[in-house]
Design a protein around this ligand. Structure first.
Ligand code: SAH
Ligand code: SF4
Ligand code: F3S
Length: 467
């Protein structure tokens, strides 16, 4: 098995990136070597996403490229892992380029699948037959063991930061969404496993953890006489030495545990005042058709409560434009909601029918592509103005940031750039800050003074002392 080189690429969300990190760690533990270059690799793994058609198309075109490469490298093993692997299973295995198809619940088997594919030169399929059936049909124990064994040795994509899964799957069944069909039912991880993992990560130098779940505020674990919620996990994590910032995504707008979670945020300086809580639409009619269990007014009331409990909170959200039957009036209601909500940031997606979901089966994709595009652009414009206003308030202020690494784009204009390397960092409220520094501060906290603002970026100067 010596010196088999594996190249792995992620095409999905934070959950998907975490899986990529865990798989990489498990492969290293099993004696494989990781490589950044496809040309150098014996095995190429692609970790895929099914959330929109576009995400799948990118994977299909990448597989076309790999098929081409295989003409000159016939021994190259190609594995597709992740949500698209679970959705398409055998169909994907039939693709000429593909040797291995492995769903998100089977990643503990990945080393064995690769070894078998190489040794026996045959195609390998590992997906869950009936994904909605909970354990024992899904091997939760194997996933737990895998998670605990790999999480600590994983190479962090951003130094000093780590994602920590606190729950798997989703039970919400928003009508447009493929996630419950590819990630299975909601399962909350045991609190002790989560806390032990975060302690080890802290010992290894992690300063910020982001707790992950599809509806992370639904976390609930019954341990005999006590039921643990996200509020308990946040409070316990805040007690861990070395962990300085705690973030959590994504929240489903719901009453349950809401005040408790926000109170922990208010009381603990370690829990970042940042709440990602997608609304998806501002039209009650569309929200109903999406099976989102709230109205626009109720949602706005929830944000108001969050701001009462944590006045400095920054709120972010996702929206889908062009859901089946969305009229101009519905869309205007979404614009109105965005204007009232005063988000720090919004992610906007064009509706994409996903095979097998309720909206795909029952509703026709009626909104023309141009209308979806126009609504997408308009909503982003509305948000940009709000982000610009909110960011302007930061001018002249000194803020604490966690440095992520060299800034990829030269953000500052020549006059402001002092010639030192440019770094990209983030605030506790998830804004990107760019500044110059002589030292390499990657993975460290710093205090910076904001000198210029734009809708998506803050520009700053380093202040001394660093913290
Ligand atoms: N569990 C998270 C994230 C789900 S996927 C949550 O509930 O917020 C991330 C985002 O993709 C969703 O918030 C939604 O805005 C968008 N999305 C999901 N399915 C989609 C679809 N079929 N078409 C377009 N956007 C979609
Ligand atoms: Fe999908 Fe809704 Fe679950 Fe989020 S909460 S993953 S949008 S079904
Ligand atoms: Fe994430 Fe895409 Fe799967 S959003 S959970 S990788 S479908």
């Amino acid at each position: 098995m010596n010196a088999i080189k594996v190249h792995i690429k992620s095409f999905g969300c934070q959950m998907n990136k975490l899986d990529t990190n865990l798989v990489s760690a498990s492969l290293t533990q099993a004696g494989f070597t990781l490589t950044e270059s496809v040309k150098d690799a014996n095995v190429v793994l692609i970790n895929t996403c099914s959330v929109r058609e576009h995400a799948e198309q990118r994977v299909i075109s990448h597989l076309g490229h790999l098929k081409h490469i295989k003409q000159t490298m016939p021994d190259l093993i190609v594995g597709v892992i992740g949500c698209m692997a679970q959705r398409l299973g055998r169909e994907l295995l039939e693709h000429q380029a593909v040797n291995i198809v492995c769903g998100p619940a089977q990643i503990p088997q990945i080393s064995a699948l690769i070894a078998e594919a190489i040794e026996n030169n045959k195609k390998e399929l590992a997906v869950t037959d009936n994904i909605r059936r909970p354990a024992p049909h899904q091997d939760t124990d194997a996933l737990e063991k895998f998670e605990s064994a790999c999480a600590v040795t994983q190479k962090q994509s951003i130094p000093a930061q780590a994602f920590v899964r606190i729950m798997r799957g989703c039970n919400k069944f928003c009508t447009y969404c493929i996630v419950p069909y590819v990630r299975g039912p909601e399962v909350s991880r045991p609190p002790q496993a989560i806390i032990d993992q975060i302690k080890k990560l802290a010992d290894a130098g992690t300063k910020q953890v982001t707790l992950l779940g599809q509806a992370v505020n639904s976390y609930q674990y019954n341990a005999g006489d006590k039921t643990y919620s996200l509020a308990d996990i946040l409070a316990k994590t805040a007690q861990i030495d070395g962990i300085e910032w705690i973030k959590f995504v994504t929240n489903y707008p719901s009453e349950k545990y809401f005040d408790e979670i926000l109170k922990v945020m208010a009381d603990s300086p370690k829990v970042c005042p940042y709440l990602h809580i997608p609304a998806q639409s501002g039209s009650d009619r569309i929200l109903k058709a999406m099976n989102r269990q709230y109205t626009a007014d109720w949602y706005l009331g929830l944000l108001e409560r969050a701001r009462q409990i944590v006045p400095q909170i920054a709120v972010a959200a996702d929206f889908i434009v062009g859901f089946p039957g969305e009229t101009d009036e519905d869309f205007n209601a979404t614009v109105e909601l965005v204007e009232k909500a005063r988000y720090r940031n919004c992610f906007v997606f064009k509706y994409s029918p996903r095979p097998g979901t309720a909206s795909e089966k029952k509703l026709e994709d009626t909104v023309p592509a141009e209308t979806k595009q126009a609504r997408n652009t308009r909503l982003l414009q509305v948000q940009e103005k709000i982000s610009e206003d909110l960011n302007r308030d930061f001018l002249g202020k000194t803020v604490r940031v966690l440095v992520e690494g060299p800034s990829k784009k030269p953000h500052l204009n020549a006059a402001e750039n002092d010639g030192n390397p440019q770094l990209a960092a983030r605030t506790a409220t998830d804004q990107i800050v760019v500044f110059n520094a002589q030292q390499n501060l990657t993975g460290r906290f710093a205090k910076v003074k904001i000198t210029k603002t734009a809708p998506l970026t803050l520009f700053a100067q380093l202040t001394e002392p660093l913290e």
